[in-house]
Design a protein around this ligand. Structure first.
Ligand code: ZN
Length: 264
């Protein structure tokens, strides 16, 4: 039986202040960036208790994986808060062969971001993105940590998610203004009943248009062209379409235009 553990939730500024107390006590040559994949942001939002999935990860890591503690030093939730994890003086369970687990006070800092950030699924944005970038920048500034994505340490994973571009993330960390805390961020607002109605209507429109275009085109079917891939992935993820392949060029143009207009 695992002894229950209490996890504390910090704002980015609070967590940076906490990290600062470790300067000289521990060295983080690298910061390892992960995305949970499961739980997804939607799963996280479905629970009233914000610590539900932090505890669930703790139980899985200790009881199923048999680790001494939760794998990561920190978890960034979809609201941009940081939950603490295993002690900062202990090496993480980040990636086999890359954890530097020899108790010499030198090891990577590991954080998880809750969400499925593969292409076409959920997006790292708003407060969560700001905290991920701000935390990474703080680690780089205080400990000289080099940014490493989980997928760079294994070919078996897309982690932190194929939708997160490493070069873009690194550029955002470099551009992050450490003195300015009130950066404008997009905030995700749940759909209202009226918006849900509009969304359902949109779904119907997409299918109706698809049928009409297919008829007009005499069923000239093709695979998803590369220029439409992002939009089509997003449409699949949003459950607007379930058979992305074998549609006409006009259908792919239509989906791309709708996606560019931010309709899904
Ligand atoms: Zn990972």
């Amino acid at each position: 039986m695992t002894v229950p553990k209490t996890f504390r939730r910090y704002t980015l500024d609070e967590f940076i202040a906490y990290l600062r107390t470790y300067i000289g006590r521990v060295k983080f040559p690298e910061v390892h960036v992960h995305g949970t994949w499961r739980p997804t942001i939607a799963m996280y939002r479905s629970k009233a208790d914000p610590s539900f999935y932090i505890q669930a990860m703790y139980r899985t890591h200790t009881q199923v994986n048999g680790w001494s503690d939760i794998a990561q030093h920190a978890t960034i939730d979809p609201d941009g808060y940081i939950w603490d994890g295993r002690p900062l003086t202990v090496a993480p369970a980040s990636a086999t062969g890359f954890n530097d687990s020899d108790y010499d006070g030198v090891h990577p800092f590991m954080f998880e971001m809750i969400g499925n950030f593969d292409v076409g699924c959920e997006r790292l944005e708003g407060a969560q993105l700001r905290t991920a970038v701000g935390l990474t920048r703080a680690l780089a500034d205080m400990f000289g940590s080099r940014i490493v994505f989980h997928r760079e340490m294994t070919s078996a994973k897309t982690c932190p998610g194929s939708g997160i571009d490493k070069a873009e993330f690194v550029a955002a960390v470099a551009a992050y203004r450490t003195e300015q805390t009130e950066v404008k961020t997009e905030v995700d607002v749940p759909m209202t009943a009226e918006e849900k109605k509009q969304f359902t209507a949109l779904q119907a429109t997409v299918e109706a248009q698809a049928k009409r275009i297919a008829t007009l085109e005499g069923e000239r079917k093709m695979a998803v062209p590369s220029w439409a891939k992002t939009a089509v992935d997003a449409a699949v993820c949003a459950k607007l379409i379930d058979t992305p392949d074998g549609r006409s060029e006009d259908f792919y143009s239509f989906v791309t235009i709708m996606h560019r207009k931010g309709l899904f």
